[in-house]
Design a protein around this ligand. Structure first.
Ligand SMILES: Cc1ncc(COP(=O)(O)O)c(C=O)c1O
Length: 468
């Protein structure tokens, strides 16, 4: 017991989450499912103060809560960071600053104030680059994700009769699927022949890395671009981006990633892994608000060789951009891919969020995330996977913490709509995919272990009520 009492949170963060839960319960002398374990983890969580930087909706404010079954004065249990992150408190202040600058300076706001509009995005790219493991000059903040994916594919996908395929997941996010399909058609090829869609083995939910690598090895000579997501939006699977990149390069393919569900969620090393290009949105784990400014990455090794196909004035060197010579002085690398001046209001919200990330680092967030999600998995398995005579749960997301981010995708043995409605009544915000899946994303920036404990209890009530 003496040794136990000296155990620190670092000790628990270094264990497999299941082992951490069991050891914490032994230390406290309670059952592993007791709320005391959650309280203990929260008390020793060195990142718990970060939640203070976000506006967590109250149960009473949620449109579908029912105050006859939930305490309206409590914070809701927000588990939807995979869809839309919470609002950082500083967003309002930064927006008001720029609205004020616009009111006071008019057009001169382009060059005045603490965030001159004409180059405002440049001031936050370093913070962004830190989160994806890139050099600042390898990152541009611009457009939306799908637009950036198109711009990148226009330069990286140059098919010929020998090498014309794009390899991607069978169930990639629809927008990625459409983007790839249309790029293939744009180049005069047939998506039926040039789109290689990889599915999990029969009876399995997620792709095996060995299968991805084998396809690249076998078919790589015909593949122009390997394009995976970093974290799969539906299953929550974290792909081995380093291994996929290495395998693609061995066969002469370009390798790119859609990091929408990976950025701000897992530790990315886009530069060190040698990834050729990547894109991401910022409204999920990056908390920039719906439709926020998206990101793009082009590795510096391509800075003088891969050029943007489409040009706009924002790709022009900043120092001479406003001389209006109509002679393009293209910025090297991804910065040359910029087309338009950036929406300052979107820069504000992203800045507010990146500053919160900058109070810690991705390694620390990831360590907490592994335990937080592992704790959720432990409780779900304990309560809802054993008794198959009752409504039960099957985990779609890999159980190995190294193969997932913070999201768990839970498939239920019963139709999910009623269960989801009962959760909403009780102040849980999460994501439903009919017929039977809930996506639950505990976010280490603002979710607590208590949130998880409460969620698991409420899930029990929701299951019982929806099946009564
Ligand atoms: C994996 C993935 N790719 C692409 C998109 C589309 O993003 P956007 O609407 O910002 O282009 C999303 C949106 O949620 C996504 O999750």
């Amino acid at each position: 017991m003496q040794t136990f009492l000296r155990l620190t949170m670092e000790h628990f963060l270094g264990l497999h989450p299941r082992e951490a839960v069991v050891q914490a319960a032994a230390l406290l002398g309670c059952d592993s499912t007791s709320a005391e374990v959650a309280e203990y983890f929260d008390k020793h969580d060195k990142l718990s103060h970060l939640r203070e930087n976000f506006l967590v909706p109250k149960v009473s404010d949620l449109p579908h809560s029912d105050l006859s079954v939930a305490d309206g004065s409590k914070d809701c249990i927000y588990l939807s960071g995979n869809s839309l992150g919470l609002q950082p408190k500083m967003v309002k202040k930064y927006l008001e600053e720029e609205l004020g600058n616009w009111a006071r300076f008019g057009v001169q706001g382009h060059t005045e104030g603490s965030r001159p509009w004409a180059w405002a995005e440049n001031t936050i790219e370093e913070l962004m680059a830190n989160l994806v493991g890139a050099k600042t000059e390898e990152v541009a903040l611009m457009n939306g994700l799908t637009v950036n994916l198109h711009l990148l594919l226009l330069s990286f996908y140059k098919p010929n009769t020998m090498r014309h395929k794009i390899l991607m997941e069978d169930k990639a996010f629809p927008s990625d699927h459409y983007a790839v399909e249309s790029q293939i058609r744009l180049r005069g090829f047939d998506p039926q022949l040039s789109m290689m869609l990889l599915s999990p083995r029969p009876g399995e939910d997620t792709l095996r890395t060995e299968d991805i690598l084998e396809v690249i090895q076998k078919e790589g000579d015909n593949i122009a671009v390997v394009m995976f997501s970093g974290v799969q939006f539906y299953t929550g699977q974290l792909f081995d981006m380093r291994a996929i990149t290495e395998a693609g390069h061995k066969k002469g393919c370009f390798v790119g990633f859609d990091c929408a569900h990976a950025v701000g969620n897992v530790d990315l090393k886009l530069h060190d892994w040698g990834v050729d290009f990547a894109c991401w949105c910022s409204y999920k784990y990056l908390n920039s608000g719906a439709g926020g400014l998206a990101g793009a990455f082009v590795h510096e090794k391509h800075k003088d060789t891969i050029k943007p196909t489409l040009l706009g004035w924002w790709g022009h060197d900043l120092t001479t951009r406003f001389q209006m010579t109509n002679v393009m002085e293209l910025q090297p690398g991804v910065r040359g891919f910029r087309l338009s001046n950036q929406p300052i209001l979107l820069v504000c919200s992203l800045q507010a969020s990146l500053e919160v990330f900058n109070m810690t680092n991705m390694q620390a967030l990831r360590s907490k995330s592994v335990l937080l999600t592992g704790y959720l998995e432990y409780l779900i398995k304990y309560f809802y996977t054993k008794d198959l005579s009752k409504p039960h749960v099957h985990l779609i997301t890999p159980s190995d913490p190294q193969q997932r981010g913070c999201q768990l995708s839970l498939s239920f043995s019963v139709p999910i709509r009623r269960v989801f409605q009962e959760l909403e009544k009780r102040g849980v915000v999460c994501d439903m995919r009919e017929p039977s899946v809930l996506r639950i994303a505990p976010v280490p920036l603002y979710n607590s272990f208590r949130d998880i404990r409460r969620f698991v209890d409420i899930l029990g009530e929701a299951l019982a009520t929806s099946n009564s």
